[in-house]
Ligand binder design. Structure first.
Ligand code: UVW
Length: 318
């Protein structure tokens, strides 16, 4: 059996954007989304129609999560039963009753933005910060600066499943930047520098159909690492990669066997923001119906101090 190379070795010559936006930068390629890019996105709003891309938290059909994480659990703290005879509901003048509940959740356990400091190798995270800055909470490149900044611009949906003529891509099905370009051409949309890319595989359909099969043969479809693909992302100045899978890329690189190579080549090295576990089904159906695959995208994760990620409900406006 061939040995899996260390990411330090595999990505030794991979481009980085470290230092490009100064030694204190924590939002990476989102810097590409200048006011001009925001207005470029706004100019695509034609019908005033909104699409929200977050998956339901606490879905009765289940919440897909990365193996080893557990879905969020929501618990009622107060509800009407607490004011029943002998109940402990707090008493307020005037007879106020109310519902309160709480959520225990992995911050990467639902539709989410990853912080740029979420993954690393070789002891350094985005921009060269020491990986020890993650101990006890991310001091650098947490999700907080992304949340403070917000994300908006022109986005393009690339419907890989429809383009390949299937309902959903299967485990480990790979595609690359040339496929993205071919898919865009088939959809009649131009990919431009600084576009936010939204990729549809519909792979999570398998989770909802057969959860045991989904985890039994876990290996997501998605973009696959190559030096050319990474260079294409760098040249195109892609700020944000948004997908409907749990981890935005083929889980294990079929060539080297290494796990989540693009998390490192794109997020850690180029500073590309990752948005994962999105539900793009309604948006994709609408794009197929009207033939318009470009639109305004806006999102802001929650402002959580020192967090490695945060839930988000991105909004697309056509
Ligand atoms: C891991 O980091 C394992 O995955 P994700 O980016 O989906 O949170």
């Amino acid at each position: 059996m061939t040995e899996v190379p260390d990411l330090t070795e595999l990505l030794a010559d991979s481009p980085t954007n470290w230092g490009k936006w100064g030694p204190e930068d924590e939002v990476g390629s989102l810097n590409y989304l200048t006011a001009e890019q925001v207005l470029r996105g706004v100019s695509l709003v034609k019908r005033g129609e909104l699409f929200t891309l977050q998956r339901l938290i606490g879905d009765p059909k289940g919440d897909p999560v990365w193996p080893g994480r557990s879905p969020a659990t929501k618990e009622m703290v107060w509800d009407e039963s607490d004011w029943d005879e002998g109940g402990e509901g707090p008493q307020f003048p005037g007879g106020l009753h109310y519902a309160d509940d709480k959520l225990e959740a992995f911050l990467q356990g639902s539709t989410q933005y990853d912080a740029l400091g979420h993954v690393w190798y070789g002891g350094q995270i985005w921009n060269g910060y020491d990986a020890r800055t993650t101990v006890g909470g991310l001091e650098k490149a947490s999700v907080e600066p992304i949340a403070q900044r917000g994300v908006a611009g022109r986005a393009v949906l690339l419907d890989l499943a429809r383009w390949r003529g299937v309902e959903a891509l299967g485990p480990r099905e790979a595609f690359n930047h040339e496929d993205l370009q071919a898919c865009a051409a088939a959809q009649g949309v131009e990919l431009r520098p600084r576009d936010i890319l939204i990729l549809r595989t519909n792979h999570l359909e398998l989770f909802f159909r057969d959860e045991e099969a989904f985890y039994g043969d876990f290996g997501e479809p998605g973009l696959v690492y190559s030096p050319e693909l990474v260079q294409w992302f760098a040249d195109m100045e892609i700020p944000n990669l948004v997908t409907d899978t749990i981890a935005n890329e083929v889980t294990y690189d079929p060539e080297s066997g290494a796990a989540l190579v693009l998390h490192n080549a794109l997020m850690r090295n180029l500073g590309v923001a990752f948005t994962e576990i999105c539900d793009v089904e309604k948006l994709a159906a609408d794009c197929a119906a009207d033939g318009v695959y470009e639109f305004f995208y806006v999102a802001a994760p929650l402002k959580i101090h020192g967090a490695s990620g945060s839930p988000v409900n991105p909004v697309v406006i056509k």
